[in-house]
Design a protein around this ligand. Sequence first.
Ligand SMILES: NC(=O)c1ccc[n+]([C@@H]2O[C@H](COP(=O)([O-])OP(=O)(O)OC[C@H]3O[C@@H](n4cnc5c(N)ncnc54)[C@H](OP(=O)(O)O)[C@@H]3O)[C@@H](O)[C@H]2O)c1
Ligand SMILES: *[C@@H]1O[C@H](CO)[C@@H](O)[C@H](O)[C@H]1NC(C)=O
Length: 334
Amino acid sequence: MSCVLCILEWCCALVVLALLIRRWLRADADLTLLWAEWRGKKPEAVLPGQVVWVTGASSGIGEELAYQLAKIGSLLALSARRENELERVKKKCLEISSLSDKDILIVPLDLTNRSSHGPATKSVLQHFGKIDILVNNGGRSQRSLFVDTSVDVYSAIMELNYLGTVSLTKHVLDHMIQRRRGKIVTMSSVMGIMGAPLATGYCASKHALQGFFNSLRPELTEYPGISVINICPGPVQSQIIQNVFTEEVSKVNKNVGDQTHKMSTERCVRLTLVSTANDVKEAWISDNPYLAVCYLWQYAPTWAWWLLNRIGKKRIENFKSGVDADVSYYKKSS
Ligand SMILES: NC(=O)c1ccc[n+]([C@@H]2O[C@H](COP(=O)([O-])OP(=O)(O)OC[C@H]3O[C@@H](n4cnc5c(N)ncnc54)[C@H](OP(=O)(O)O)[C@@H]3O)[C@@H](O)[C@H]2O)c1
Ligand SMILES: *[C@@H]1O[C@H](CO)[C@@H](O)[C@H](O)[C@H]1NC(C)=O
C-alpha cells in the first residue's frame, strides 16, 4: 500500500515539475520580474503624478512608454532629435489620456550633443519643478561584422548609447541627489548581458552601461530614495532595425525584414513599468530562447559560449541572406 502511495507522490511531483518547466519555457521575463508583476506594486499605484523624462520618445519603445505612462497619469518630458515626431506622439498621448497640454513637454535633444544636456535638464525642471524618473531609452543598434566595419562606427555608438546616457544622467542625478529621491531607468539589452555576432559595438556599449550603472548604484547607498534600474530587453518590435548602424557611419540599413516574430512593444513597455514601480535592479524582458541564454550566460558561461558559436552562425547566415537576423529563433506568434 505504502509503495503505491509513494509512486503516486512521485507522479504528482513529476507532473508539477513538468508544468513548471512548461511555464518557464513560455516565460517572457526573469523570475524576479515575473514575481513583481504577480505580487508587486502596480505601476498604476506608483506612477500617477510622477514627472518622467523619456529619451528616444519619437519611436518604438520610447513612444509606447509615452502612451502607457500618459494613460497611467504620469507627467511627461519627451525627448529625441525629431521634433515633429515628438509632436505626433504628444498629440496621441493627449487623445488617449486625461492629461492636458501643459502636462507634456517636448524637449528636442541630441544625445550626442552633450553641451545641450544641461540646458535641456534646466528646461524640464523649469516646467515641472522636479524630475522623478529619467528613462534613458534613446539609442541605436548595429548590424555589421567587425571585419567589415569602420572604427568610426564604434566611436559613434559609444558617443550615443554610452556617453550620451552618462552625460544626461549626470545632470539629472544632481537634481535627484538634492531631492534625495528619483529613479534612473536605462534601456540596456540582453546584449548588455551576453554577446552576439553582428553587434560587437552595440554589445560593447550596452555592457558599458551595465558596468557603469552597476558601479553607480553602490555609490548612491547614502540615498536610499534613488534607485538605479537596468532594463534588458531581447528582440522587441520597433524601428530599431531601420535605424541600426552598419559598416559605415552614414550607411543606412536596407535589410529590415519582417519584425512580427518579436515581442510586442506593449508587453516590453508594460514589464518596464512594472520593473520601474518595483525598483527591480536588473530586468530581463525576453522570449525564449534569448531568456534561457541569459540564464546560461549568467550561471554557466562556458556552455553559453559553446552554444552561441552554434546559434550565432545562423544569425550571420540570416543577415547575409537578407532576412531579419533573429528570425529563425522564433515561432511566429499566432
Ligand atoms: N527593439 C529592440 O529589440 C531592443 C532590444 C533591446 C534594447 N533596445 C533598446 O531600446 C532603446 C529604444 O530602441 P527602440 O527599439 O525603440 O528603437 P527605435 O524605434 O529606433 O527608437 C530609437 C529612439 O532613439 C532616438 N535616438 C536615436 N539617436 C538619437 C540621438 N542622437 N539623440 C537622441 N535620441 C536619439 C530616436 O529618435 P530620433 O531619431 O528622433 O532622435 C528614437 O526615438 C534603445 O536603447 C535600444 O538599444 C531595443
Ligand atoms: C549643441 O547644443 C548647443 C546648446 O544647446 C547648441 O548651441 C549647438 O548648436 C548644438 N550643436 C550642434 C552640433 O547641434
